[in-house]
Design a protein around this ligand. Sequence first.
Ligand SMILES: N[C@@H](CCC(=O)N[C@@H](CS)C(=O)NCC(=O)O)C(=O)O
Length: 215
Amino acid sequence: MLTIYAIPHSLYCAKLRIALRHKQLDWKEEPPPSGVGSDKYRSIIPSGNLPTLKDGEFVLGDSEAIIEYLEEAYPDNPLMPENPRQRARYREMSRFHDTRLEPALRQFFPLVDPATRDHDIIGAAIIAMNARLEQLGTMLSGFDNGQLRLFDCGYPITFIWLRVITDRLGTAVQWPENVVAYDNWLSSTPSVAEEIAHYMPHVEAWLATKLGTTQ
Ligand SMILES: N[C@@H](CCC(=O)N[C@@H](CS)C(=O)NCC(=O)O)C(=O)O
């Protein structure tokens, strides 16, 4: 049985669970021992990264490295094609999520709490996000949606956060038409739909703490 160290509202932990669900692997989930950033957790994984995978004695951090490992160690229900150029393209798309789109989303998180909300920063975050969404729309035009792929695991959760946060802030970003179609397709795939059902309560709980609406 695989173990993953995870925290409930982590986007990258959700990304990993989408891959685990798609590959129909069994796993158990544990919080980081003694908490996020603790010495105890860093003695298991020096970077303190969440998610981290434990497969027997083998311990590995970083959602992307973990999914690539699972793909090689458990090849059933693949997320990667055979062709080297297609594989490279999937990796490019996945890194665009992890190093470009999601960091643009991260700018919004501190803006949810009314105490740290700043309208100039919101405006700048929207401009930066619109540029990334436009780039994503162009990059997606080379793909047909059929079966879930490596790079599909990160995007749906980032899209959810972007929608709920911009809604709560009473603002909006510009969604290219094909990105909306991509999001709709992603949400209709079984592994993503299952993860969304599992994950949404944690999104709502996080928002409630930031907005001071917890009971
Ligand atoms: N590139 C990493 C990013 C993961 C990440 O940012 N995880 C956050 C939680 S969402 C984390 O590890 N926080 C704890 C820490 O940085 O000590 C991955 O894909 O796993």
